[in-house]
Structure formats: C-alpha cells, structure tokens
Design a protein around this ligand. Structure first.
Ligand code: FES
Ligand SMILES: [Fe+2]
Length: 406
C-alpha cells in the first residue's frame, strides 16, 4: 500500500493573515500563480497606469498601445480631438487588432479576417456577414482613459478610482514644471525577468542605492542619514524661492490614499552640492522647465497610483511605469520629458539626457533578477526591513490590503 501524501496549501487569506508586518513577502506572493490571478483581478486591472503624454498623440488617428498583463489597450486621438481607449480585442473572434506599438491610423484593420474599425472604435467594414448583422453592436470595447495635467492614464475597469484628488492637489506642483506642455524626448522599455512586485519594491527603496548605484549615489541624497539629509535639504529650501520653485509636500500614497481615490504624493529632495540636475557632471541637460528661473539643486518625486512614478529635475522629468507581463516577468517603461519647445541637438542631447537612468535601470534590472532567483529558493525566508525601506513596507501593506478588498 502506498502512502498517501496530503499537502495542505494555505489559502491566500491565511497566507495574508500569516504575513509578518515589517518583513518582506512570503515566497508564494512571488511564485504562486493563484496569487497572481487575484492580483490581476484586485490590483492590476483596478488601478490607473501611466500610458504616456498627450504630446505623443497630437492629431486625430495618432495612437499608442499599452500592454499590461493579459490586457492591451489602443489609446487614440478620436475624430473630435478627445483621447479614447479601446480594448485591443477584435469583436469578431477576439484577435488582437493592432499589432504596432504606436503610429498614425485612419482605421484599424484586424489582421485575422479584416474586420475594420474607425478611430472612434466603431466597426466600419466586415465582409460576408449575414444581412441582419448589426455593425453598431460590434464596436471595440471602451477602456477607461483620463489625463492628469498632460499625462495619460489608462485603467482596465469601467469603475476606476477617482482622479479628482490627484488632479486638484497636483495642479500646483505640476504647473511649476509645465507638465501640460512637456514632450517625450526619449522612451525605452526594460524587460525584467522577475515578478512585478520585486521591480516596484526595488524602486521604492534606496537602501540599495549606495551599493548598487555609484552614479546615482554621487548626486542623490536619499541614502544619507537623517541629520545630513536635513542639512542639504535646508540649503535647497533656502534657494527654492529665488528659483521660482514652491516647497510643496503631499502624501496620499498607497495606504494613505483617500477611500475611492487613486493614491498620490509629491515631495522635493536636494541633490548634492555641485549637481544642478541628474546628469553625468551635474550640469544642465535641457532648458529649465515651467516656472523655474534657475536651478535649486532639487529633484521632485511624484507618486501616481501603484505603478507609475516620476522624478522631476529642474530641466527634465523621468517617468517610470512598472507593469506585469506575466507573473515572472515585468516591464519598466521609462519616459524622458523635456520642455515642449526644446529642440534635439540644440537644447538637449538624448544620450546625455538618458545617461543616468539608463545606467541605473540596467543595474536595477540585474539586482532585481538576483533578488528573484533567491526568492524562489527553498531557503528563502522573509527578512526584516531597514529604516530606509519605509515606502516599500507601506507598498506591501497596501498590496495586502487590496488583495483582501472584494
Ligand atoms: S478575429 Fe478579427 S476579423 Fe476575425
Ligand atoms: Fe535602484
């Protein structure tokens, strides 16, 4: 008689209840496909994701595609000039309709049997269909889309969190940088073979910066201890007024978000003395943004929901969007934004502009992948967070909170 082996797998509710506060997540949060399924339902499809800047789609028919986990949205400037988003899923038998990542279209023709949709998502041609076939009932399905002062956000649910608080409170800091009239000078994707949470957790903490990012660490002060940081911060605050910069702070991030609203936050942190901006030698890499009249030697962090973050220097903005591809692969999309009227070759050089965050993201990718390998080992055990991993700890608390929200 063979022995019967019964393995009791904890339910996800039990797993969450057992998660020790102040410790990294249990292995199953990264490795178990059931957890990923629940994340898709309760986190990934429920939250707003940064999809670009309005300047990328100036004319009717200009489009770009955003892919997140199993979903794909076509974001397009419609005939009346409004931004629209549609599920990139054909209403015939479900093929992806648009296979390009961006461009200009008069219409979208499905590559499978040729059903064709106009730029407002309406079905416009379908061959050999019965006489009573109702074209009007087969438009592409709408996906939620909105903008926050020039930034395009997409959400894969019809009942997304409100953006009102973010639009209202971020109006002032975003106007300071002239967000509405920025343009994308460069955009790059980094595919990271690791669970999406490991990628975002890495972005949330700077405990690793001193060891992993010599380039970043030489200009950013986030990894300093409190006293030293307050001293450099004070120096920047003294300069801000004269540079046209207001001292603003908001923290409605993650667990601090107001009920029913997308979480968001804003703060500005000093760079080391000789750095005007995030560049190789600390010198300017683009014309000053918005209301800035001079360099205050600071960099602002914007947190916009669960997947999107911005770092705004005085002369350029770097946007980071971390999204799952599948449960073991994530994508980091980086946008480099400059003034809308800045000219490439004259006012900025793409290599100089992208140098810091390209090199930093490549080293992040490496440490995230190493992290992922260890997390999948049978010897992995959740470890305690340091004082410098506060934002990551709060992010994890938010994840656990959202996984339990029906
Ligand atoms: S699946 Fe698109 S036309 Fe058939
Ligand atoms: Fe990093």
């Amino acid at each position: 008689m063979s022995a019967v082996l019964t393995v009791h797998k904890q339910s996800i509710a039990e797993l969450i209840a057992d998660q020790k506060s102040g410790y990294s997540l249990d292995q199953r949060f990264y490795a178990d496909p059931d957890v990923y399924e629940l994340e898709i339902e309760r986190i990934i499809n429920r939250n707003w994701i940064l999809a670009g800047h309005v300047s990328q789609l100036p004319e009717p028919g200009d489009f770009k595609v955003l892919k997140v986990a199993r979903e794909s949205a076509i974001i397009v400037r419609g005939t009346n000039g409004d931004l629209k988003a549609f599920a990139n899923v054909c209403r015939h038998r479900g093929s992806l309709v648009c296979l390009e990542s961006d461009g200009h279209a008069d219409k979208f023709a499905c590559p499978y049997h040729g059903w064709t949709y106009d730029i407002d998502g309406k079905l416009y041609a379908a061959r050999n269909m019965p006489d009573d076939f109702d074209m009007t009932a087969h438009s592409l399905k709408p996906v939620s889309v909105d903008t926050i002062h020039g930034l395009i956000f997409v959400c894969f649910t019809d009942t997304p969190a409100s953006l009102d608080g973010a639009k209202r409170d971020l109006a002032e800091p975003m106007a300071m940088f002239g967000f509405e009239s920025l343009k994308v000078a460069a955009q790059k994707s980094y595919e990271i073979p690791a669970n999406w949470k490991l990628s975002i957790e890495n972005y949330q903490e700077c405990y690793h910066c001193a060891t992993a990012h010599p380039e970043y660490a030489r200009m950013h002060t986030l990894m300093l201890d409190r006293d030293k940081r307050e001293r450099v911060q004070g120096k920047m605050q003294d300069k801000m007024g004269a540079c046209g910069v207001k001292d603003i702070f908001f923290d409605y991030i993650d667990t601090a978000a107001r009920p029913g609203e997308m979480g968001y936050g804003y703060s500005r942190t000093a760079l080391f003395d000789r750095y005007k901006t995030g560049s190789k030698d600390g010198g300017p890499v683009a014309p000053l943004l918005g209301d800035f009249t001079d360099y205050d030697g600071g960099a602002s962090d914007f947190s916009l929901g669960a997947f999107s973050f911005l770092l705004a220097y005085s002369d350029h903005v770097v946007g980071y969007v971390f999204t799952p591809i599948d449960h073991n692969t994530s994508n980091c999309e980086i946008y480099w934004l400059v003034r809308g009227d800045a000219e490439e070759g004259q006012d900025y050089d793409v290599d100089a502009l992208t140098w810091l965050w390209d090199i930093t993201t490549q080293s992040d990718k490496e440490i995230i992948v190493n992290n992922s390998k260890g997390v999948h080992s049978k010897y992995y055990q959740p470890g305690p967070f340091s004082g410098m991993e506060r934002a990551e700890r709060i992010y994890i608390e938010w994840i656990l909170q959202e996984l339990q929200r029906p």
